[in-house]
Unconditional design. Structure first.
Length: 120
């Protein structure tokens, strides 16, 4: 009789643990719960210089700077809501950038992220 009670109790608590861990993992895998934002080129292989800001944080205001060889060419502000991905078009002709290293810096609430691209 005691053996059955121990076995059923162990199975019950094991299943309860699995359910608890599944709920915690599902919550942790949602990027909107992590207070992060990302900066990236849509396709880093091609010559396009447009970039994206993906926001999963409480910040909605972003300031960006486009620089070629450490000289700021263009800058602007973007409003990106929680869970939104915004494409930022940079209208500069690619032949002007030949042989230069471009840097895109984005600032939001004193956090700075940068991405780079070299043009041959």
């Amino acid at each position: 009789m005691n053996n059955k009670t121990i076995i059923f109790s162990t199975i019950f608590f094991l299943m309860l643990s699995f359910v608890f861990l599944a709920i915690v993992e599902k919550k942790a895998s949602d990027p909107n719960n992590q207070n992060i934002w990302m900066l990236y080129f849509e396709n880093p292989q091609n010559q396009a210089i447009d970039f994206k800001i993906e926001n999963h944080s409480s910040n909605v205001s972003f300031h960006w700077q486009f620089a070629a060889d450490k000289t700021i060419i263009k800058e602007g502000n973007a409003i990106v809501s929680l869970g939104e991905t915004k494409n930022i078009p940079v209208s500069i002709s690619v032949p002007e950038l030949a042989g230069k290293k471009i840097t895109i810096s984005v600032t939001s609430d004193s956090k700075v992220k940068e991405i780079y691209k070299n043009f041959p």
